[in-house]
Design a protein around this ligand. Structure first.
Ligand SMILES: Cc1cc2nc3c(=O)[nH]c(=O)nc-3n(C[C@H](O)[C@H](O)[C@H](O)COP(=O)(O)OP(=O)(O)OC[C@H]3O[C@@H](n4cnc5c(N)ncnc54)[C@H](O)[C@@H]3O)c2cc1C
Length: 811
């Protein structure tokens, strides 16, 4: 066994084997995999191992297609062939129009990744799958590339090719302890000796938190028991003359694929069970949980009704094994929050279908610092302080119960709610607020017109449309108040704080006391990593000279890790998170100044406190920092308040607002208004796949600065010319927004992808942003948006259609 290597991957299931293989593909051969038993002895050996292209986002589709391409290559490799039924085809069933509409959207989105799905009717479903009945069936989504792989052969083949490229695999070698040294390298202790290494990767499957505990981390991953059975041979299958397509059913939550000449049927029952919450027997390896088919009777009935032939055959084998879940169903693949040189590839609930792709994207991140796709949807840092294993287990149960029921736009399910709240949450609830969830925070989405207001789940504009219109109208003509909680706030102190930020940000950093500016941080590839406001607060009784670095709520761990990783020990810079201590109250509208003046001492005139100013003050008697910034395009103030005095500030603002028509507004109104202003959202419009020039942010880039992170790469990209351009679109329909991921077409060719879409009530336009190939990105040209299967005109317009000269927010 080696005593020193570059990377130690812990765990020899699909996650670990794929990571090891892809590390060698990316050019690192001094890498090892350590497995406590035999390869695949965790969950992988008994997986149903279905492999599909279907995913909810382009990143998921892209990584799944990578799995398929890889498995095909391995199947055809004469040296170590893998059993892979590729191309049996698969159908996701639907019995409501809303599900069919969703499938049409997912087909539009997948087309942009080069994947063609078909939306077919019930008769066509039955023609392609002769064993199903069409009762209570509208149709389905067809993936022609669906199939299943032999999980053990797949892992052995990946390990074989990795070994051939120089990697080593140590079986029957449990990792017992991990130590990180001052220089951020690690020692991995195993029962057969210690290995020093630069980087560790946790690929421990359901034992993820045993390995996490060795490095002082609790990962938000919980396991569920999951069962399938395999039937005796079915004559109708032999007679059909072709393999049966796979089925996935959101009506009764089961799946089914052919296994030899019978069927394998797996269940996601309502009466489901977590597993291993109180620890896992060390001897549980190559093992299963006891069968319990009684538990799955509810879904079994649905499967029998759809495939009556199931009632006629015997069951040959039952498999019940642990399967890992996270808070949102997607795995955690990437850097471990708060740690250096530590990565994970965990929480895989569809690890055979996705594992090839996850290992690929993780290896790219480890070797190159970033992957070819923006990986935020699988980034471990997307969950923060609320993400306990207890919360995860509740979301896991909910997710399991809804396995094949995709989330509709704006749908937030009830489990694990109120994870992060402020003193205002119950107050706003009593005012009629409906909440959305942002990084665990309950944030007001809109104010319900009546207590029994329950909008439908749909890909069309829903009943909230008119509610948002009214909230926007009041902000535009009077003044509105919104709570924006969880906004990421990092206090940066020390005399080198501006030099540090100058290095981190690609534009000019405003250094003047009492002033603030917006800026962007790039990665080493010259692409957009983060967005932040930088506000300079002079020394006062509340603290020393300091910068408040503000960014999206979800970026809390991401931005802190990025800033910390680039601290230079010779610099005097300290970072402190205020995210959980402060909340923003946004006051927006032409009468915002009047309200502020009525409840906060001082001169708030445009001359004394112009746009992009920051000042300490009191709202009523409660301490606050006011910043003159606007995401709505109206005159607006962000009022940053410590949570302890949030209620007092709120009462003072409400009281002052009475005379000026102040009403509450929520995130849906904010989103509509920011689209009218050309303002972008981190991780929807601002992603690592594009540089700031492509993203339309040239005015925030200062290439004359001596240096900043990503500058050399950005110059190279600039010389090569843009690959894509962010544009604003006017969509030629008012019945539905353009959904993120939807394809923009020119004839039959995909030329762009939507990032955001919403209706602009002040300009009366259905608006969207999209990245479009430069040849098609001219203002005035018209593309075709594939909006849930319908082709709709999408005209490229100038950005910021509302108040393009930005006069209202500077008023
Ligand atoms: C019944 C069932 C059906 C499924 N069907 C499908 C399907 O159709 N399609 C699909 O894509 N997915 C399916 N899945 C899920 C899929 O099987 C898993 O997502 C996948 O196998 C997880 O792989 P993994 O590598 O993350 O974990 P594992 O396979 O559990 O591998 C983790 C490895 O880490 C090792 N390890 C743990 N601790 C240590 C330590 N301290 N030191 C060294 N090694 C350690 C373990 O021994 C184990 O080998 C199914 C799962 C179940 C239970």
């Amino acid at each position: 066994m080696k005593s020193r290597t570059k990377v130690v991957v812990i765990g020899g299931g699909i996650a670990g084997c794929s990571t090891l293989y892809h590390l060698t593909q990316e050019g690192w051969s001094d890498v090892v995999l350590v497995e406590r038993d035999e390869l695949t002895s965790g969950t992988t050996w008994h997986s149903a191992a279905q492999v599909t292209n279907f995913g909810m986002t382009q990143t998921m589709v892209g990584l799944k297609s990578h799995s398929i391409a890889l498995y095909k290559k391995l199947r055809d490799d004469p040296e170590y062939p893998v059993g892979y039924h590729h191309g049996d085809g698969g159908i996701r069933l639907a019995n409501t129009e809303e599900q069919m509409q969703g499938y049409r959207h997912f087909a539009s989105m997948a087309r942009g990744m080069g994947v063609e799905f078909e939306v077919i009717d019930a008769e066509e479903c039955a023609r392609r799958h002769p064993l199903i009945s069409t009762d209570n069936l509208l149709g389905g989504l067809w993936d022609g590339e669906d199939g299943d792989v032999d999980p053990a052969q797949l892992c052995q083949a990946l390990a074989f090719h990795a070994r051939k490229a120089g990697a080593e695999v140590y079986r029957s070698t449990a990792v017992t302890e991990l130590t990180q040294h001052k220089d951020d390298t690690w020692t991995v202790y195993t029962q057969h000796g210690d290995i020093d290494c630069d980087i560790v990767v946790n690929a421990g499957g359901y034992r993820v938190n045993e390995i996490g505990a060795m490095m002082g981390v609790q990962h938000p991953v919980a396991s569920m028991e999951h069962q399938y059975f395999v039937t005796e041979d079915i004559p109708a299958i032999t007679e059909a003359g072709h393999r049966m397509p796979l089925l996935r059913c959101p009506i009764s939550d089961y799946y089914c694929r052919q296994e030899k000449d019978g069927l394998l049927v797996g269940f996601y029952e309502q009466d489901c069970k977590t597993w291993g919450m109180d620890g896992i027997n060390p001897g549980f390896s190559n093992d299963l949980c006891p069968d319990d088919l009684d538990r799955v009777m509810d879904v079994l009935e649905g499967a029998f009704e759809r495939m009556p032939v199931l009632a006629e055959v015997g069951i040959k084998r039952v498999v019940n094994g642990p399967i890992t879940y996270t808070i949102d169903g997607a795995p955690l693949v990437g850097p471990i929050p708060g740690k250096r040189n530590a990565y994970c590839i965990i929480g895989l609930r569809a690890g055979l279908g996705e594992g090839g792709g996850h290992g690929w994207l993780l290896a790219q991140q480890i070797v190159h610092g970033e992957a070819c796709f923006d990986t935020w949807v699988i980034d471990p840092r997307r969950f923060t302080g609320h993400a306990t294993v207890e919360l995860t287990s509740r979301k896991a149960i909910e997710d399991y119960q809804n396995e094949f029921r995709f989330h509709f736009p704006h749908e937030h399910r009830p489990a694990g709610r109120n994870a992060k709240t402020t003193p205002l949450t119950p107050i706003l609830a009593a005012e009629g607020a409906e909440f959305t969830v942002v990084n665990g925070w309950e944030r007001v989405d809109y104010i319900k017109p009546s207590p029994d207001f329950h909008p439908s789940l749909s890909f069309d504009f829903d009943e909230v449309f008119d509610v948002v219109a009214a909230e926007v109208a009041n902000v535009a003509s009077n003044v509105g108040l919104a709570e924006v909680n969880g906004f990421n706030r990092i206090e940066i102190t020390g005399k080198d704080r501006h030099a540090f930020l100058d290095r981190m940000m690609c534009g000019t950093v405003n250094k003047r006391d009492g002033r603030l500016g917006l800026g962007y941080l790039l990665n080493h590839h010259g692409c957009v990593k983060a967005e932040a406001t930088v506000a300079n607060l002079p020394a006062s009784d509340r603290g020393p000279d300091r910068v408040w670095y503000g960014s999206a709520a979800a970026s809390e761990y991401h931005d802190m890790d990025w800033l910390r990783a680039h601290l230079d020990p010779s610099e005097d810079v300290q970072l402190r998170s205020l995210t959980n201590d402060h909340t923003i109250l946004v006051l927006a509208g032409p009468k915002a100044r009047a309200v502020l003046s009525d409840c906060a001492r001082g001169d708030w005139s445009a001359e004394a406190f112009p746009w992009l100013s920051a000042r300490e003050c009191c709202i009523g008697f409660a301490p606050a920092v006011v910043m003159g910034v606007s995401f709505s395009g109206e005159l607006a103030y962000e009022i940053h308040v410590p949570n302890a005095s949030l209620y007092a500030s709120y009462l003072a603002l409400r009281e002052a607002g009475q005379a000026h028509g102040l009403k509450l507004f929520g995130a849906r109104a904010i989103d509509s208004m920011r689209m009218e202003k050309g303002f972008l959202h981190w991780k929807t419009d601002l992603i690592t796949e594009f540089d700031p020039l492509e993203t339309g942010l040239s005015r925030f880039v200062e290439l004359d600065k001596p240096d900043f992170i990503g500058k050399a790469a950005l110059l190279k990209r600039q010389a090569a010319g843009p690959q894509s351009k962010l544009v604003t679109l006017k969509i030629g329909t008012n019945h539905a927004p353009a959904h993120p991921g939807a394809s923009l077409m020119q004839g039959n060719t995909v030329v762009g992808t939507i990032t955001s879409g919403d209706y602009g009530h002040r300009v009366g336009m259905n608006l969207a942003y999209a990245f479009v190939k430069p040849d098609f990105a001219d203002v005035g040209s018209t593309l075709q948006l594939d909006l849930c299967g319908k082709h709709i005109a999408a005209q490229i317009i100038e950005p910021s259609p509302y108040d393009p000269r930005f006069e209202r927010m500077r008023a």
